[in-house]
Structures are given as C-alpha cells and as structure tokens.
Design a protein around this ligand. Structure first.
Ligand code: ATP
Length: 284
C-alpha cells in the first residue's frame, strides 16, 4: 500500500518576538500561511518493523536526524504500530531557508501515516504530536492561514487571504534559526508588527493592507549577519513587488504580487543575481 502527501512551504506574513521564557523558548506571535511550493512524500508500507528515509536531495540527513523519520517514529511508538514504512522525500523546498521545509515534511508524515496505518487520530491530537517535533509542525499539520502564539504551537485559524503571487528568493547562505533567536533582544525591539492589523487586513480581503502590515522582527538580526538579504529585499521593491519581507529567520525573502503581468519581470530581474528564485501562488 502507498500513500502520497504534499508538504507545502510556509511564509510568515508577520513575526513578532514578545519575550524570552524561562524554558529558553521565545514567546512569539506570528501569522503564517502556505505557498504552493511543496515537497512530495511517497509513503510505502513495509511488512518489517523499520523506518527508511530516502530522497533525491543529497544535502539532508536520511537518518534519525530527519524530521520525517522523527515523526514516523513518534507516531509508531505512541500507537504501537508493528509494521514499518519507507518514506521517499522529493525535496523541492530549499533547506534551512526559513520556509519550514523540514517541519512540513514532519507534518505530512503524520498525516500520511495516520491514513496508511488507519489510526483515525483527530487533527487536534496530530497537532499535539507535531508540537513534540518542533514549533512550526502543528501549523503545518493543518496548513491554511493561522495566528500562532506561545512558541508557535498555539493556533487560531484565520480566513484565507485573497489570492496573490509569491516570489521567493533564497540567497546562497545558511542561516541558523537557533543563532538568530539567540541574538534577538526582545526588550530592545522598537517596531513591533501588529498581528491585529494583519488579521483585520486578511479578514477584509484587503491585499494592500496585508502588504502594508508585513513585518518580521528577526529581519534586523539576519540582515546584520548577512547584508545580501537586504540587497535582495531592495531589488524586489525596485522590481515592483507590492510587499516584501524575509520569511522566518531567513534567508529567503518573499515578495507579494497581485498582478500576474508583473511576475515574469520580477522573477527574471532577481534571477540576474540570485540562483534560487521561485514564483508560486498563495495557498492560504
Ligand atoms: P524553519 O523555518 O522551521 O526554521 P527552515 O526552513 O529554516 O525551517 P529546514 O529546511 O526545515 O529549515 O531545515 C533545517 C535543518 O533541518 C537542516 O539543517 C536540515 O539538515 C534538517 N532537516 C531534518 N529533516 C529535514 C527534512 N525533512 N527536510 C529538510 N531539512 C531537514
């Protein structure tokens, strides 16, 4: 028996850090939504009791460090499943990019194995399992568009924003999420983006309002470490994107574009100096 799951990338329309908690995590407020750039997972049932991960991508771990492996092991142990699974990951989301590729693979594994092993785990419980794997996993389990609070695991669904194009550009640098959060000084953040205003704009189907309220307090940290991220932001604005922001801890920058006629120009302009550029539809 085989199952297929799509694991879409996420972007943060806003990301705020409120304070550092005694458990070491940061208290955040984020509005997250999905874009149509996705990894594909093929899950094949194995008679023997093992978990095997394979991928065409040569640059991700295929052992217990892989988040899809960890998701499979968690669900297998928790529900006492005695058979195994081979998960093939067709990676299309750039790795360590701020697009939650690994988290989305973990979430897709939870959804896929729930079907493959006929476990009938309700969505809420799958999200709770996801929270054990990483802060972004619960959101990726259900997708859509949501306000995430706590360390990112407490979700309030929001209606879908209007459809738009998303241009993603990933400079060839690696950003460590842990390092970026480690450098954030919550008390000295001057401009906090407003989740309330962003939510209102989304609910009012107000594309201009969404663009006006984009904000990510991690930008200051990543931009200081990697000035090339700033260059990409400036280029996107110059080329005519309606709203531009870094996603998550970076380094991927996204541009929101309403008019299809502008997309090719922005895409081609960026390709001139950045190798990894994607033009996709919103999927919130
Ligand atoms: P986030 O936005 O949640 O911080 P990210 O997009 O920055 O995530 P990922 O692509 O999820 O980062 O990868 C982060 C690290 O996780 C990489 O160093 C990678 O080796 C490891 N990893 C583990 N499993 C996976 C997976 N299935 N796909 C991609 N990376 C994975």
């Amino acid at each position: 028996m085989k199952m297929y799951e799509k694991a879409p990338a996420k972007i943060n329309l806003m990301l705020d850090v409120l304070h550092k908690r005694p458990d070491g995590f940061h208290e955040v407020e984020m509005i997250m939504t999905m874009v149509d750039l996705a990894d594909r997972l093929e899950l094949s049932e194995l008679k023997r009791d093992s978990i095997i991960i394979s991928s065409q991508a040569g640059y991700i771990p295929l052992d217990e460090k892989n988040l899809a492996f960890q998701a499979a092991r968690l669900i297998k142990d928790r529900y006492n499943v005695k058979t195994g699974v081979h998960i093939h990951l067709d990676k299309r989301i750039p790795v360590a990019a701020g697009l939650a590729g690994g988290s989305s693979d973990a979430a897709a594994t939870l959804r896929g194995l729930n079907r493959l092993w006929r476990l009938d785990i309700p969505a809420q419980e799958l999200q709770e399992l996801g929270a054990e794997l990483g802060s972004d996993v619960p959101f990726c389990v259900t997708g859509g568009t949501a306000l995430a609070t706590g360390r990112g695991e407490r979700l309030t669904p929001i209606t879908s924003p209007p459809q738009y194009w998303v241009i993603l550009a990933k400079p060839p640098i690696n950003v460590s999420t842990a390092e970026v959060y480690g450098r954030v000084r919550a008390a000295s953040i001057e401009n906090h983006p407003s989740s309330l205003k962003m939510r209102e704009a989304i609910e009012a189907n107000d594309f201009a309002g969404i663009c006006a309220n984009l904000g990510n307090v991690l930008e200051d940290v990543t931009l200081k470490l990697h000035p090339e991220v700033q260059q990409i932001k400036e280029a996107m604005v110059k080329l005519g994107a309606d709203g531009v922001l870094m996603s998550g801890s970076g380094p991927t920058v996204f541009g929101l574009v309403q008019k299809e006629s502008k997309v090719a120009r922005i895409f081609n302009g960026l390709r001139g100096f950045c190798k990894e550029v994607y033009a996709v539809r919103s999927m919130g």
